[in-house]
Design a protein around this ligand. Structure first.
Ligand SMILES: [Zn+2]
Ligand SMILES: [Zn+2]
Length: 289
């Protein structure tokens, strides 16, 4: 693992419609763009990347984003108005703060003293010493973005190897579609029947996940989400197991896995029931076991 700071001035953010990019990352969890580095950096895909904006003053500066390097360095034309080539890396941003809410330089210097932050002045790429990684993760946990779903982990708040991400798609994050799905199907898990409300009362409200059941291959550009046919409620256990395979496991696959393991509707099957199943199998199998 390695980690770098990508420094940029505010123009670096404004070449995007930055507000729209923040909204896209909040909704889909990802924004991919090329990042001009100006030289061939010694950097590998998967490197953690922290975005540091350097405005004219402290109020316009600070740590504003997190992502990961998504390509080897490559050369490409620098812009529309120029034939000259420059060096780029692709960066997938997965957590961004709105401009104005960035973690200010004073807070950064206090948490990690030294000249690290000054080195990342303007367009730059600075390698982060490993001792700074947990500091950045802690700051990002404290001041970084939040997610609407409390069970989701904000990218950058823990070591990358320390959390496994369920790769949900953007249809599962759409709050309106989620509301329509749960209003129709109810909030109990469609696979195991678990109800967060019955188990946890008021504290369980809103904890149900919604799962998108349309295979990605069937989603063309003209695809329109039907929140009732295409989304189903799942508890987080079933959701994790559904996404544990690619393509995701279906509800009937989840049910047969659970019944094969002796778990039905969140209950462990009793010895008596197991004995009855055993008897039934023997009878159906004509006495052979
Ligand atoms: Zn379930
Ligand atoms: Zn899902």
């Amino acid at each position: 693992m390695a980690a770098v700071i990508l420094g940029c001035d505010t123009n670096g953010l404004h070449r995007w419609d930055y507000g729209a990019v923040v909204a896209q990352v909040a909704q889909s969890g990802r924004f991919l763009d090329r990042w001009r580095v100006g030289f061939c950096p010694d950097i590998l895909p998967g490197t953690e990347a922290w975005l540091l904006v350097q405005g004219g003053n402290d109020a316009g500066s600070g740590l504003i984003g997190h992502g990961s390097v998504a390509s080897e360095p490559y050369q490409a034309a620098a812009g529309d108005d120029s034939d000259a080539n420059d060096w780029f890396i692709a960066v997938a941003f997965d957590a961004l703060l709105p401009l104005g809410e960035q973690i200010r330089p004073g807070t950064l210097r206090e948490a990690f003293p030294g000249d690290l932050w000054a080195k990342a002045n303007g367009p730059s790429l600075v390698t982060l010493p490993p001792s700074s990684w947990p500091v950045l993760q802690r700051l990002w946990r404290e001041y970084g973005p939040t997610t609407p779903d409390p069970t989701e982990v904000v990218a950058g708040t823990f070591p990358p190897g320390g959390v496994s991400h369920i790769q949900v798609n953007r249809f599962e994050r759409d709050p309106d579609a989620r509301r329509a799905c749960l209003a129709f199907h109810g909030t109990s898990c469609a696979a195991c029947g678990f109800s967060f409300e019955s188990a946890y009362g008021e504290a369980g409200t809103g904890a149900t996940a919604v799962h998108h059941v349309v295979p990605p291959a069937m989603i063309g550009s003209g695809y329109q989400l039907d929140p009732i046919a295409d989304l189903i409620p799942l508890c987080h256990n079933c959701h994790a197991v559904a996404h544990g395979a690619n393509p995701a496991r279906t509800v009937s696959e989840l049910r047969s896995i659970m019944s094969a393991a002796g778990h039905v509707r969140g209950e462990v099957v009793t010895d008596l029931a197991l004995q009855a199943q055993e008897d039934a199998r023997r009878i159906l199998g004509g006495g052979k076991t």
